[in-house]
Design a protein around this ligand. Structure first.
Ligand SMILES: [Zn+2]
Length: 320
């Protein structure tokens, strides 16, 4: 069974126009520098055209073609920093509709900007309970540290329900702030909430020297590979993933693509084909480890009661 631990619905209903503008501006600058790019407006129109999958039908078709049994849908909350088409409650309802439309295919991690305060935490908890969602998507580049005390009521909500917290780390849209997206900032929260699982979004791609030791030495910190195929990685992403999968933290790595980020380059079937049938990504990676990366770790994070089954021993070579 292969699970994708990091997807989004490719819909302009859920992505703010300002976010799209940032992404397109970045693509446009890169292409213009090589004098190879279409006009910015055409890039924008193409991007919008590729984000009309409002009910996730196309995503499910891609998952079927790629052999992905089930995926996590992320619902980041940008609404305090960018105008959004829908409010959080409406986005939650729409994602629940998608779950019912495609039974058994999606988990949902709901976002919430913690600056909504304790009332926001109550409203967030109500949405989690109403729809039975599976985790919390936190987006620090909106302007807060993941260890800021304002987030703690939200972690408490997750702790009491045994839900994982998925924390974006690393770069994002250029109008947001990157400083609070540094991976090490999770450390205090991870110490203060030892029974909450924290997944570092993109942690298998960005700042890996830091994220891999956090995963190795903090029992409740995991890494996500989201965005690997769209990141500027020396030697290409297959070589990068292979290095990552030989660092001794395979019990903490959750495979995720960050779809629809890669839909222009072949989407899920091409990525999964390269991973499973190519000769580079999984070279030298034991069968048991690949099963953990491609699904087992995600299931353990989603069902902590089974944690003892696959819990690793103490990290090798702990320095004193
Ligand atoms: Zn994402």
């Amino acid at each position: 069974m292969i699970y994708d631990g990091h997807c989004h619905v490719a819909s302009t209903d859920f992505i703010p126009e300002a976010f799209i503008g940032d992404v397109v501006a970045g693509m446009s600058r890169r292409l213009a520098a090589a004098s190879a790019g279409p006009a910015p407006q055409r890039l924008h129109d193409d991007y919008v055209a590729h984000h009309q999958d409002h009910h996730a039908d196309r995503l499910v078709a891609e998952m079927d073609a790629a052999g992905v049994a089930r995926a996590v849908l992320m619902v980041p909350d940008f609404s305090l920093v960018m105008p959004t088409k829908l409010g959080l409650a409406e986005m939650a309802r729409r994602h629940h509709d998608i779950q019912r439309r495609h039974p058994g295919r999606f988990w949902v991690y709901l976002g919430a900007d913690p600056r909504r305060g304790p009332e926001g935490a109550d409203a967030f908890a109500d949405l989690l309970d109403e729809y039975g969602f599976d985790g919390f998507k936190l987006y620090p580049p909106c302007g807060f540290s993941p260890s800021d005390r304002i987030v703690y009521p939200y972690y408490e909500v997750c702790r009491s329900r045994s839900l994982p917290v998925f924390v974006h780390t690393g770069p994002t849209a250029h109008s947001l702030t990157f400083t609070p997206a540094e991976a090490l900032l999770i450390d205090q929260a991870a110490r203060d909430f030892p029974d909450v699982t924290f997944v570092l979004g993109h942690g298998g791609v960005t700042d890996v020297e830091v994220t891999s030791y956090l995963a190795a030495y903090r029992p409740n910190i995991y890494l996500d590979t989201g965005g690997f195929a769209a990141s500027p990685l020396p030697g290409g992403w297959p070589a990068h993933l292979n290095r990552l999968f030989r660092m001794g933290v395979n019990h903490k790595i959750i495979f995720g693509t960050d779809w629809p980020l890669n839909q222009l380059t072949g989407g899920l079937p091409r990525l999964l084909g390269e991973i499973l049938e190519g000769d580079e990504v999984l070279a030298g990676v034991p069968r048991r480890d690949r099963d953990l990366i491609l699904g087992g770790n995600l299931l353990r994070v989603l069902s902590p009661e089974s944690a003892s089954v696959a819990a690793p021993g103490p990290p090798p070579g702990t320095v004193r």
